[in-house]
Design a protein around this ligand. Structure first.
Ligand code: IPE
Ligand code: MG
Length: 228
């Protein structure tokens, strides 16, 4: 979700206003994903590098997350949405941690769709934390070196149990991944859209999913057309 700041700047508004509109776009995106029967929607809300922003903006983004959970959690739960949060927890404020845990525990048995909130998330940090957890198991003898595999890392990442993303959408015209799901994106399709995140609406989402459905995904193999 990129481009909130530019959206605001283009209107002579403070960046805060862009983030607020960004939350509206999140609501619409979750509704659209549910209507399209998309089982997993991951939202990159705050990266492990976003701490480098001015303190005032960091505070604003933290405040918006709290506001979003307080205002929207009951509705999400009613809609059968399961919330999962990926990212580091230890350097988050206690009230934020508690809200994230509340969102996860309240909705853990919901089955309509899963919304994964990437908050304080960075893929390299995620891999480093997974590596530490695996090293602890090696040290205690729970896991042997011979057992280490692709699955071992999968199972120790924050995304354990969540399928790899089929489609990664980035708004605002930037052509980079910015430390998002590096391991999980091995065979993801990408859509880089010029529109700024606050302008990402139902139609834009539907169009990109429709275009995605026409892609020939080979996963290193050959085209289904050629194979048959
Ligand atoms: C994306 O918009 C939002 C989030 C992190 C949190 P930006 O804040 O990155 O907006 P630009 O890139 O400055 O336009
Ligand atoms: Mg940005």
């Amino acid at each position: 979700m990129d481009g909130n700041g530019r959206w605001a700047k283009a209107r002579g508004l403070p960046r805060t206003a862009g983030h607020r509109r960004g939350v509206e776009a999140v609501r619409e995106a979750v509704r659209t994903a549910a209507d399209l029967r998309i089982p997993y929607l991951t939202l990159f809300a705050f990266s492990s590098e976003n701490w480098n922003r001015p303190a005032e903006e960091v505070r604003d983004l933290m405040g918006l997350l709290k506001l979003f959970i307080r205002r929207d959690l009951a509705d999400l739960h009613k809609e059968g949405v399961r919330v999962r949060v990926i990212g580091a927890r230890d350097n988050l404020a206690a009230d934020i941690r508690a809200l994230l845990e509340e969102a996860e525990s309240l909705t853990r048995d919901n089955t309509n769709m899963t919304v994964v909130v990437a908050f304080n998330y960075g893929a390299r940090d995620e891999v480093a934390r997974a590596m530490r957890r695996i090293a602890e198991k090696l040290a205690s003898g729970d896991v042997s070196i011979e057992e280490l595999s692709v699955e071992t890392l999968d199972q120790h990442l924050d995304t354990a149990g969540i399928p790899d993303p089929d489609l990664i959408i980035r708004t605002s015209g930037e052509l980079r991944l910015s430390n998002f799901l590096l391991w999980q994106a091995a065979y993801s399709e990408f859509a880089f859209l010029p529109c700024l995140w606050p302008d990402f609406d139902r139609k834009t989402f539907q169009d990109v999913v429709e275009e995605f459905a026409t892609r020939d995904r080979r996963f290193g193999g050959i085209s289904r057309e050629i194979a048959s």
